[in-house]
Design a protein around this ligand. Structure first.
Ligand code: ADE
Length: 248
C-alpha cells in the first residue's frame, strides 16, 4: 500500500526524500515526485506548490499515477483559535474551504453538490499521527533550535486536533483572522491546501490526514513570522512523524 506525503513547499519536507531506499524521481504534471521505499514500504513524496488547485492536481496525480492509497499532508499553518500558539502542532480532524461561497444557491462554505462543507480526516491516520506526535519519549522542544525558541517565545509546544480551514489567501491581517475566528469558532488553523486534498481524497475513497505546525498567528506579523519559521523548523517534526507512521 503506497503512502503519499504531500507538502506545499520544499522546506516542509526538508531531508525526507533522502531517507528513501531505491529513490526514483519522476517528472509529471510539472512536478518532481520522489518515489521509493521507507522501512520496506512504498512511499512517494510530492510538493504541490501553494494553493488549493495546485494541491488538488497533485493529490489526483498521487492517486491516479502513483497509486497512493493514503495521503498525509504535512506543513505549516497560521494559528486561528485562541488556544493555538506558534510552535504547536495541529492534527486536522476536519477540513473546510473558508473561501467557498456559492450563496444564496448553497449555504456559505458548502461545496456545491456534495451537500457538505466539512470533509473528515481518516480516523485511523489521525490516531497514528496523534500517538506519534504525543510520544512521551520525544521532547517536543527538540524540534526547535534555541534561536527559534527565543524568537517565537515557544515554551511547551502542544499537540492539538480539530478543524483546519483552507483558502487561496495568505491571511496576514488581524482583522481578517478575527473575521475567520468569528465565522468559524472551532477552526484551529488556516492554510491553503488541506481542504482541497480532502475533497479529492473523498472523491477517490482514499484515506487522508494532515499535520500542521503553527508558524504564525495569521495576523499583521504573519508575513514576517511565516518565512522565518519555515526556514528553521518546518521539516524537522514532519520527519519524526512520518518515520513513526510509515511502518503501520
Ligand atoms: N500558512 C502558514 N501561515 C498561513 C497564513 N497566515 N495564512 C494562510 N496560510 C498559511
Amino acid at each position: 500500500m503506497t503512502t503519499a506525503i504531500l507538502s506545499a513547499l520544499p522546506e516542509e519536507q526538508e531531508g525526507l526524500a533522502a531517507q528513501l531506499d531505491g529513490l526514483r524521481v519522476v517528472r509529471h504534471a510539472g512536478r518532481d515526485f520522489h518515489a521509493g521505499e521507507w522501512l520496506g514500504r512504498p512511499v512517494v513524496f510530492a510538493l504541490s506548490g501553494i494553493g488549493k488547485v495546485a494541491a488538488a492536481t497533485t493529490a489526483s496525480a498521487l492517486i491516479e499515477r502513483f497509486n497512493a492509497r493514503r495521503i498525509v499532508f504535512t506543513g505549516v499553518a497560521g494559528g486561528l483559535h485562541p488556544d493555538v500558539r506558534v510552535g504547536d502542532t495541529v492534527i486536522g480532524t476536519e477540513f473546510l474551504q473558508h473561501d467557498m461561497d456559492a450563496s444564496p444557491l448553497f449555504p456559505r462554505y458548502e461545496v456545491p453538490l456534495y451537500g457538505r462543507s466539512r470533509f473528515a480526516a481518516d480516523a485511523q491516520l489521525v490516531g497514528l499521527l496523534l500517538a506519534a506526535a504525543r510520544d512521551p519519549a520525544v521532547d517536543a522542544k527538540s524540534h526547535f533550535d534555541a534561536e527559534t525558541l527565543a524568537r517565537f517565545g515557544i515554551d511547551a509546544p502542544r499537540v492539538l486536533q480539530g478543524l483546519l480551514v483552507s483558502g487561496d489567501r495568505f491571511v496576514s491581517r488581524a482583522d481578517e483572522a478575527g473575521a475567520l475566528r468569528a465565522a468559524l469558532p472551532d477552526a484551529m488553523a488556516v492554510e491553503m491546501e488541506a481542504a482541497a486534498v480532502a475533497q479529492v481524497c473523498h472523491d477517490h475513497g482514499v484515506p487522508f490526514a494532515a499535520v500542521r505546525n503553527i508558524s504564525d498567528r495569521a495576523d499583521d506579523q504573519a508575513h514576517v513570522d511565516f518565512p522565518a519559521y519555515l526556514s528553521q523548523v518546518a521539516g524537522r517534526q514532519a520527519r519524526a512523524l512520518i518515520a513513526a507512521l510509515l511502518p503501520m
